[in-house]
Design a protein around this ligand. Structure first.
Ligand code: OGA
Ligand code: NI
Length: 338
């Protein structure tokens, strides 16, 4: 528990083992050129137009935001509220959930979860648990705040529905028809709630270092007006503006592979802030461990050779963890070289 950044950060200068090497740290430019760049897509509009926008954004940025997504503003506000409340709970309540055992289904931990092995620690605490199957997973979720299970249960069901809708649109846009994203590809949903306490020098630290998400697709709920998420595009980091009532959608490695490279999984990171804490919640939609993932056959032809070999999702995850998500090497074992 004493390792949690929220337990000791107060008024302290940044400890040595939280300082990233010069080429990885944000530097003075922590306010990246923000970001009317990341497309904002209105899901209430014309279907054909939406599909085109999603495909274009997923190809160019690997990221987009959605509005008019059908999840009520008050549910999103209340759910973000309960996440923030969780991190403000008294130490004894948090201690009930804190664990350094990666096998534990629901746990609060700090940094990457690999504290003893990593070179530099991340400036974040993290609460993580599965959301599916809902009834069973819920038994492991925090009991405090008292509304946690009900609110997060409702929100995660709606997030899942939204993810399935977006995947159907992507499937259609890729020309795969409906139902390409079969059950096994979306079997799991993991919730990861990030809490980034204020940091006295955000130019030296990172809340989450550069990575691409290993799963299929991610929906990220950000706090309104509290920025920190950055996406790497054309050689620079651009901020993803936290719009009210918008959700951030992020293409994971599995979608990049299934689309045979037509959609892009983009590098992103979270920077810290000196003025106040930031909380964000990522809902990761992921295949089952045994699921075989491979490029869709319909997307392969003489001018579009298959770029990746088939593999089991658990093989991908094992490799991702072993290589610590390093974007330069993590896809190598799965690439087919012509
Ligand atoms: C993640 C992530 C970014 C954020 O959890 O995978 O990229 O803004 N988080 O918290
Ligand atoms: Ni991520």
């Amino acid at each position: 528990m004493e390792k949690l950044v929220s337990n000791w950060y107060n008024n302290r200068t940044v400890p040595e083992n939280y300082i990233f090497p010069p080429d990885a740290r944000p530097g003075k430019l922590t306010t990246a050129p923000s970001c009317d760049n990341i497309p904002v897509i209105d899901l209430g509009g014309d279907q054909t137009c939406i599909i085109q926008q999603i495909l274009k954004a997923s190809h160019e940025f690997g990221f987009f935001q959605v509005i008019n997504h059908g999840i009520s503003e008050s549910l999103l506000k209340d759910t973000m509220g309960v996440f923030k409340e969780f991190f403000e709970l008294p130490a004894e309540d948090k201690a009930a959930v804190y664990s350094e055992d990666p096998k534990k289904k629901c746990r609060l931990f700090t940094s990457s979860g690999n504290y003893d092995w990593e070179d530099v620690h991340l400036w974040r605490d993290n609460l993580r648990h599965p959301c599916l199957p809902l009834e069973e997973s819920m038994q492991h979720w925090p009991q405090q705040p008292s509304t946690y299970r009900e609110l997060v249960g409702t929100c995660s069901s709606q997030m899942r529905k939204l993810a399935l809708n977006i995947l159907e649109l992507i499937s259609e846009g890729l020309g795969l028809g409906t139902g390409h994203f079969r059950d096994e590809l979306l079997k799991n949903m993991l919730l990861s709630v990030n809490h980034y306490p204020p940091c006295s020098d955000p130019s030296l630290t990172l809340g989450v270092s550069k990575h691409c998400d290993p799963n299929l697709i991610t929906i990220l709920l950000q706090e309104e007006h509290v920025d920190g998420l950055q996406v790497f595009k054309d050689g620079e980091w651009i901020g993803v503006k936290p719009l009210s009532d918008a959700l951030v959608i992020n293409i994971g490695y599995q979608l990049q592979i299934i689309s045979n490279g037509k959609l892009r999984s983009a590098e992103h990171r979270a920077v810290t802030r000196s003025s106040n804490a930031r909380t964000s919640a990522a809902f990761f939609i992921a295949p089952s461990d045994d699921c075989i993932v491979e490029p869709a056959g319909d997307l392969i032809n003489a001018s579009n050779p298959q770029l990746f070999r088939p593999f089991q999702y658990k093989e991908f995850i094992l490799n991702y963890v072993t290589k610590q998500g390093k974007t330069e090497v993590v896809l190598e074992p799965f690439k087919l070289h012509a």
